[in-house]
Design a protein around this ligand. Structure first.
Ligand SMILES: Nc1nc2c(ncn2[C@@H]2O[C@H](COP(=O)(O)OP(=O)(O)OP(=O)(O)O)[C@@H](O)[C@H]2O)c(=O)[nH]1
Length: 380
């Protein structure tokens, strides 16, 4: 049978055209991926990195839903997000899990029709008309650290035979960026935290105090501050050694922390002195919290070895600033710290194991009692 050369050329042309179309499409995809890589690598903070994946990548991939599941066993990611964004760790599409389900991780990557058996927590809420999806593992040094998940209302968007080269490469880059970003945040934290107690240091406190002073004017809510100092700490060191002194510092840190809200800022200001900032809190409430802390420390001795406990007490000075006060943010912050420090001095002077407010008026039972004691009366 003779072959019509014209027909053959036509077929070959068609095949060539289809190959060229595919090459153009791939080139377009690579260019888009290249752009994304640069965008991911260029992000400077963890929230920014997560946002690029959840917002920009979703738009570029033309999917109807996207979620990022990250394993966060020590709540490290949650804490970083809480510290760096006003909205806390909540980001639409971000799912932080304490533990990854090993069976789920083994099923990935998954591409194909919507599978009701797969955990719904990945998409919450699940897009109503979802027909196909991809669940892609995020790996770091051979270990699963989470998954990138997308869903589409188009059944043909993710099929079992779709190529995953592009998205897998992107997932790898994201995993590296995530690790870099976490390392960067850890380094930042080293400069801002106290190595013994793990809480913020004075440097962080002073910067944060100024930011919170700014919020006083913006939100018209008061900001309170406590200066807390362990009583006769030198004696503890001298009688029991520095190691025990360090243990007492950690013990007191834990007791203070347990009485605070997540948005309060606890720092070790130096030596045996702690400072707490209480945003959106007035003096009366701050004094109540301070009194609760004082009582807790008084009631819970520090275990120094198997047989011995050490009674510890603390003195606390409390002050507040409101939007009625004059001066710029820096002045306001400095005034707040100085006033709380002054109140602490009065608490020490009046016998220790006390809460004293810098306000002349007795704003709470505690302050009233402290004031009475300060004036030399027996408050019993
Ligand atoms: N163990 C330990 N001791 C520290 C640390 N930093 C400071 N200190 C000690 O804390 C003690 C503070 O003593 P003082 O400032 O005299 O105060 P105090 O004995 O607590 O007396 P009052 O505050 O007046 O009740 C000193 O002995 C410091 O050496 C630390 O990181 N670990």
């Amino acid at each position: 049978m003779s072959i019509d050369p014209h027909a053959e050329i036509k077929i070959l042309r068609k095949q060539l055209q289809s190959l060229m179309d595919e090459a153009r499409l791939n080139e377009k995809k690579w260019r888009r991926l290249d752009q994304f890589e640069k965008q991911l690598i260029g992000t400077r903070t963890l929230p920014e990195l997560i946002q690029v994946i959840l917002d920009d990548y979703k738009t570029a991939c033309e999917t109807d839903a996207i979620t990022l599941v990250l394993c966060d066993p020590e709540h490290e990611i949650r804490r970083i997000l809480e510290r760096s964004q006003a909205g806390g760790a909540e980001m639409p599409g971000l799912v932080l899990l304490e533990k990854l389900d090993a069976d789920d991780a083994r099923r990935y990557p998954y591409l194909g029709p919507f599978d009701a058996e797969l955990p719904r927590a990945i998409f919450d809420p699940w897009p109503a008309d979802c027909r196909s999806m991809i669940l892609l593992p995020l790996m770091r040094q051979g270990e699963p650290i989470g998954s990138l998940n997308m869903a589409s209302s188009r059944a043909e968007r993710f099929t079992a035979d779709s190529s995953t080269d592009f998205i897998e490469r992107l997932a790898n880059i994201f995993s590296i960026c995530l690790e870099n970003s976490l390392n960067h945040e850890r380094l930042k934290l080293v400069g801002l935290t106290d190595p013994l107690t793990g809480i913020f240091n004075r440097r962080y406190l002073e910067t944060r105090c100024q930011e919170e002073a700014e919020n006083v004017r913006r939100h018209h809510t008061p900001l309170s501050c406590m200066f807390l100092d362990i009583d006769r700490f030198k004696r503890i060191n001298d009688s029991h050694g520095h190691g025990t002194g360090d243990r007492v510092l950690c013990h007191v840190t834990g007791l203070i922390k347990a009485q605070l809200r997540s948005n309060d800022v606890l720092s070790r200001y130096g030596g045996e002195e702690f400072v707490v900032l209480l945003p959106h809190t007035g003096l009366r409430h701050a004094c109540e919290i301070a009194e609760r802390i004082r009582r807790t420390v008084d009631a819970q001795p520090c275990r120094i070895d198997a047989d011995n406990e050490l009674k510890v007490t603390i003195s606390i000075g409390v002050a507040q600033v409101t939007d009625q006060q004059e001066g710029d943010d820096r002045t306001l912050a400095q005034r707040l710290l100085a006033a709380a420090d002054e109140a602490l001095y009065l608490a020490k002077e009046s016998g220790r194991n006390k809460v004293v407010s810098d306000d002349n008026r007795p704003v709470s039972v505690t302050a009233k009692r402290s004031l009475i004691k300060l004036l030399g009366f027996n408050s019993a």
